[in-house]
Ligand binder design. Structure first.
Ligand SMILES: O=c1[nH]cc([C@@H]2O[C@H](COP(=O)(O)OP(=O)(O)OP(=O)(O)O)[C@@H](O)[C@H]2O)c(=O)[nH]1
Length: 611
């Protein structure tokens, strides 16, 4: 999303909105900002006459609101948040400043002044960066304001009173709410509408861009015009352009709106490039850097799963970081960091009441959930992680770990402990749960009386097949150490009577007889020699008219790049429908049909031709 980089700059920080205004909260959370709300106790009683302009008053009030919250939070926790945002909205008619009416008469006085005329709405905003040094609070303030012009229609006394009696004016600057009934009083608006409602989001984003992406010296030399970047140019901005500057430095001295405006001649490079034609420098490699950092996100997820963080929050959330730490017996500071990163990754929600699971965490990361992927996280952490750390060696020496995650899992499980086999089975079980129904229903398989799922593991797909086809007898064929443990995964139910588990190795032992052989997510991770060996064994066992059903990760549509989602499952290249067709034909199957199942799998069905 276009705004993400700039709003995302605050993602890993503890951000506090020092405002009780529900409108400000809504505007900022709609923009994707994660923050806590701590309303300011600063009394809006600065001496108006001592300010040269109405907006100077609004800016100073906003700053005092934010500083009060920063100071109070620092005193309470001995730790201030990273960023506190304060705002103050006022209405100005000439030099007169109108704030929120204190009662109906006051509202009437205000609205009568605005009636039939133009006025200005100013919102002052302060962004306070905080840090604690030797137990002292250090702040750096960046401030600005935005002005919007509003014109009221000529309104009758009756209408004014009707509006006042609606109750809407009371908590609104100037006595009206443009976003609700008050919108009917307004003839026109010039400028940022959200500024009238209470928060100038556009200017805020520009201010963040200015703070977090200050122009580089080279840009300053090339600047030709007087503007700050439009919101839609933020997309091209990046950390490298920050030149290592920290926001505090650029905010030092509390740059005011006027100073900020002065800086507008320093157009950042994205805008400069857009206006001055092609930029010879390469685009910032965001995707590449994300790729380089991807392992950190995985490790955070694995760690949270291992600590049972999502389980605790499911049962007892929302919880504050200290309470989570107490329940997990972990270090409070580090737990808070972990929670914040999980929130930034979209796994948790952070509100005033504490941390709670997001929908995806509730569905897939809680260990006892029907669709839990905890097993996959556990296996990847305990095992695949290690396999991939040996990738370099494998590539140099030609070992088979290079075949990808599932291949590595498949291979290493053969020689590993019972616990590892169980971990592998849990991982495969939870992944199969997501796909089994799609695989079983991709084609009408009712013509087959028996099926054999090769490498069927815990029997999830067998169960789905038996449920879908009431006549079908299903054999799950897998290694002895797997079939031995598969009982622990069975739930019972009528269709289990038609499922049997047969131990064996599909590379060595004779395959159980069946009308239909099934290979679900098996082929892609085997090297070619093993793949062809397996297919040729199936082909020899399959009677003419029998079938082979293959389910594999789907390749992206023609021309599209392969999805990162798939790459995480396997380093092997997914096959296109044509490649699948040729593969099955080569092993004696005809009438090969290909279907897409869910958005992850491609399912292929071929019929054994007479030899
Ligand atoms: O059209 C609209 N104009 C103004 C508003 C709301 O009015 C208030 C302005 O008051 P203030 O800036 O002092 O903010 P408070 O609500 O008191 O919250 P703080 O805790 O930040 O002081 C503001 O809520 C605007 O949203 C409106 O809704 N529509």
């Amino acid at each position: 999303m276009v705004l993400c980089p700039v709003i995302g700059k605050l993602q890993h920080k503890r951000v506090v909105l020092a405002s009780a205004s529900p409108r400000r909260q809504e505007i900022l959370s709609n923009a994707g900002l994660r923050f806590e709300v701590v309303p300011s106790r600063f009394k809006e009683k600065l001496h108006k006459a001592s300010f040269a302009t109405p907006y100077a008053y609004a800016v100073e009030t906003a700053k005092q609101k934010a500083l009060e919250v920063a100071g109070r939070m620092h005193q309470k926790d001995l730790r201030a948040p990273d960023v506190v945002i304060g705002a103050d909205t006022i209405v100005a008619v000439g030099a007169m400043i109108l704030e929120k009416p204190v009662d109906k008469q006051d509202a009437y006085r205000m609205l009568s002044r605005l009636n039939g005329k133009e006025h200005s709405v100013f919102t002052g905003v302060a962004i306070v960066h905080c840090c604690s040094k030797d137990g002292r609070l250090d702040t750096e303030v960046s401030e600005f304001y935005e002005e919007t012009t509003v014109k009221f229609s000529e309104l009758s006394e009756e209408l004014l009173w009707e509006y006042i009696n609606s109750g809407e004016p009371m908590d609104k600057a100037g006595g009206y709410g443009i976003q609700a009934l008050g919108g009917m009083l307004v003839e026109y608006v010039h400028g940022d509408f959200l500024n009238v409602v209470g928060f100038p989001l556009n200017h805020f984003c520009k201010e963040l861009a200015r703070l977090y992406y200050p122009p580089r010296p080279a840009d300053l030399r090339r600047v030709r015009h007087d503007s700050i970047p439009a919101v839609d140019t933020f997309e091209n901005l990046s950390d490298s352009e920050a030149g290592g500057a920290d926001p505090g430095q650029s905010a030092k001295g509390g740059r005011g709106g006027e100073q900020a405006d002065g800086d507008r001649s320093q157009a950042p490079r994205a805008l400069d490039a857009a206006l001055n034609g092609a930029d010879s420098r390469p685009r910032f490699p965001t995707g590449l850097l994300e790729l380089m950092d991807g392992f950190k996100a995985s490790k955070v997820l694995f760690t949270a799963c291992k600590l049972k963080l999502f389980d605790v929050l499911k049962d007892q959330g929302p919880l504050q970081a200290v309470d989570v730490a107490r329940k997990l017996s972990t270090c409070a500071g580090r737990t808070e960091q972990l929670l914040d990163v999980c929130a930034a990754l979209g796994l948790l929600e952070k509100t005033r009441r504490g941390y709670s699971n997001t929908e995806v965490a509730t569905l897939h990361l809680v260990s006892d959930g029907e669709h839990s992927l905890q097993g996959v996280a556990e296996y990847n952490d305990a095992h695949v992680w290690g396999v991939f750390t040996r990738l370099g060696l494998a590539v140099r020496e030609g070992a088979e770990q290079t075949r990808g995650a599932l291949g590595a899992m498949e291979e290493e499980r053969l020689s590993q402990s019972r616990e590892l086999t169980l971990q592998f089975m849990r991982a495969k079980h939870s992944l199969s749960k997501l796909t089994a129904h799609h695989v079983a229903t991709a084609f009408d398989l009712s013509r087959f009386a028996s099926a054999c799922d090769l490498g069927g593991c815990t029997g999830i797909l067998a169960r789905e097949l038996a449920q879908e086809y009431p006549r079908l007898q299903v054999t799950v064929f897998d290694l002895p150490e797997v079939t031995e443990l598969s009982g622990g995964f069975q739930r019972g139910g009528r269709q289990t009577e038609r499922i049997r588990f047969v131990p064996g190795d599909f590379f060595k032992d004779s395959l159980p007889e069946a009308d239909l052989y099934v290979l679900s997510r098996m082929l892609q991770d085997w090297p070619d020699d093993k793949l062809h060996k397996l297919l040729s064994r199936i082909s020899s066992s399959c009677k003419p008219g029998g079938g082979l059903l293959v389910a594999e990760a789907a390749a992206e549509e023609e021309g599209a790049s392969q999805s990162p989602r798939l790459r995480t499952l396997s380093a092997g290249q997914p096959r296109s429908p044509d490649e699948h067709r040729r593969l099955l034909q080569r092993h004696g199957f005809q009438d090969v049909r290909v279907a897409r199942a869910g958005d992850l799998l491609c399912v292929v069905l071929g019929t054994r031709a007479a030899p």
